[in-house]
Write a protein that binds this ligand. Structure first.
Ligand code: NAI
Length: 303
């Protein structure tokens, strides 16, 4: 799994030790995938309770993966689970966790101040060679990196939920990310089993830059009373071949997440009309109808 199908330049070091900071939805998936693909992984969260739960959910997910991968070879499947778990450790002290790290992947709360506080400490604690990346969905990588003295060794790795299932990885290069760092991140993304695409450090990168305004435009249709939620969804499924309509997809993503992203972009880029949140979105969030996860959004869901 660790074989690389490309030639490495002499200055490039192979990323072997990965520290993942944040053991929530995304961090747990990233840690699992990194360990599964042969990396030594340290998973960090401030909250030891979360780490315990995450360890359990990774164990469950690994046994599902092994049943699929080793259908007729249960012994090999058990070995796969044992070896993968053997490559993972958990910790609550972020600064301690980066001492031997080749790469640090940050997946903590989406808040610039909190991320700055974390990276300032890590910058002091980590060796010179260590590359830092953020998994942020909506913040600027360059702005996150600005609090460190290693802006040339700082980039973005934007994963998709659920990380073990979704093939795509967006690799983000800021104007200050060095070519060598960029190449190492692309190589590492491939070693993690992902299909990597590159994007500059722009709001939403590729996927969310297209997807979030698309969802928002569908909600603006509702604001204006142009069409019903059902008709919008049917239209995009049957007329554009999308597997899900934008209204049901927005319910799936969660309206709090979409509103937070749009609000932050709209504040920063007031001239871009497609970043302006719709009234109907704001109303749903106020009413705590956040979509599938709360049982109601534009549609109602029974569990
Ligand atoms: P989450 O809320 O599930 O997990 C965040 C975790 O970070 C929590 O367990 C929290 O205890 C921990 N944490 C917070 N501050 C910390 C600190 N200073 N040190 C160590 N641990 C800390 O959040 P989620 O959804 O996993 O998102 C994490 C990041 O990934 C965010 O930047 C988000 O924008 C990004 N992202 C989220 C996606 C999603 O679908 N939820 C998709 C792609 C990126």
């Amino acid at each position: 799994l660790l074989k690389r199908s490309f030639s490495t330049t002499p200055s490039m070091h192979i990323i072997k030790n990965i520290t993942v900071i944040g053991g929530g939805l995304m961090g747990s998936g990233v840690a699992q995938v990194a360990a599964q693909t042969g990396h030594n992984v340290t998973l960090v969260d401030l909250n030891p309770e979360i780490l315990k739960k995450t360890e359990e959910s990774i164990a469950n997910s690994l046994s599902r993966v092994s049943k699929k991968l080793y259908k007729d070879k249960p012994e090999e499947g058990e070995k796969f689970v044992r070896d993968t778990k053997g490559r993972m450790k958990i910790m609550t002290d972020a600064n301690q966790s980066v001492k031997d790290a080749d790469l640090v992947i940050e997946a903590i709360v989406e808040n610039m101040e909190v991320k700055h506080k974390l990276f300032k400490g890590l910058d002091e604690a980590a060796p010179q060679k260590t590359i830092f990346v953020s998994n942020t969905s909506s913040l600027s990588i360059g702005e996150i990196a600005s609090c460190t003295k290693r802006r040339d060794r700082f980039g973005g790795m934007h994963f998709f939920n659920p990380v073990p299932v979704m093939k795509l990885l967006e690799i983000i290069k800021t104007p200050e990310t060095s070519e060598e760092t960029y190449k190492e991140l692309m190589a590492c993304g491939k070693a993690l089993g992902k299909v990597c695409i590159s994007c500059k450090d722009t709001p939403g990168f590729v996927v969310n830059r297209l997807l979030v305004p698309y969802l928002s435009e569908a909600m603006h249709l509702l604001d204006r009373g142009d069409a019903s939620p059902q008709d919008i969804d049917t239209a995009m499924k049957l007329g554009a071949g999308y597997p899900m309509g934008p209204i049901e997809l927005a319910d799936f993503v969660g309206h709090d997440t979409t509103l937070a992203i749009l609000d932050s972009w709209h504040k920063k880029y007031p001239e871009i009309q497609s970043f302006k949140p719709s009234n109907v979105l704001r109303k749903l969030v106020e009413e705590k109808k956040l979509g599938r996860k709360t049982g109601e959004g534009f549609y109602k869901y029974t569990k």
